[in-house]
Design a protein around this ligand. Sequence first.
Ligand code: MN
Length: 350
Amino acid sequence: MHTETSQSFIMRFTKKDILKLEEHITKANKITVITHYNPDGDALGSSVALYHYLKTLNKDCLCLIPNPYPSNLEFVLEDTDFIIAEKSFKNAKQRLLQTDLLFLVDMNNNSRCGDNLEKVLNELSCTKILIDHHLKPDAFALNFSYPESSATCEVLYNILKRLTKRKVFSEKISKALYLGLITDTGSLSYSNDNPEIYSIISNLLKSGLKASKLHQKIFDTYSVSRLRLLGYAISHKMKVFSKERAAFISLSKEELKRYNYQTGDLEGVVNYSLKLAGVDFCALLSERDDKIRMSFRSKDPSIDVNLFARKFWNGGGHVMASGGKSYEKLSEVERKLTAQIKNKSFLNND
Ligand SMILES: [Mn+2]
């Protein structure tokens, strides 16, 4: 069937950009790959895939991860040199100061890797190259920024294809790219309209990776307390605003503690409210040591949660998935968000 508004989107790089990229890599000895705070599957997947590619060129390469990652994603870091900056900031800083070439993956500006690293990055004079799919990136020496793409791993796949003139990569690289693609699309349930991503997945499987095993490793790894926290959040903490077609879940520090909260336990919880037939906009609030973390989701591109997060909640991200933060009390954040839902601020039609 032919439609004029096809979702198909083919990523094109200019020959010049690829040549420049090659030149920067060839010139560099110490290469560091950095990604965003609270790294997810796409952040770790794109970091690790790029790391293994650079290793094939015999580069001194290291991944810099701002803070601890969810334990179910541990497997992807096997055979990878990395530093968790929050655990050894001195080493992280020293590495950055020695770096010739810095790749920023799955993040659109320096502030996304947290306050401490941001300060170091801002003063760093080495070449910086961005590979990302978030809206409104800052400008770097080279920007491979494609907000239309489903994952940074999709952008990276296409870059590696151009650099290597191959479509099938090693199992290590393929596993890492698979992780990013499958997590950023909710197992191909959203951001999944582009036929290109299915051909990429097909090529990743040709490396020999076992998709079903990998999928289990990524998704079927809940602890009892994590699953009970999800149950509690939905049964006791989900507020539904039928008239406004919105919902949100809010969890206090005390509640997270009660369910033995571990990093990553809230991953994906925000999406459950969107399963409701009459809900197009939803949010998740969670109280942390120093702030309230917020996630926003929408079912329809006409509800732009990137804009909403930017305008009201100190954040941003994608049109249908974004995040924000507040330094006010949880009850105050709940009150404000409720008011915004009641006056439909999330429709961005003012
Ligand atoms: Mn991503």
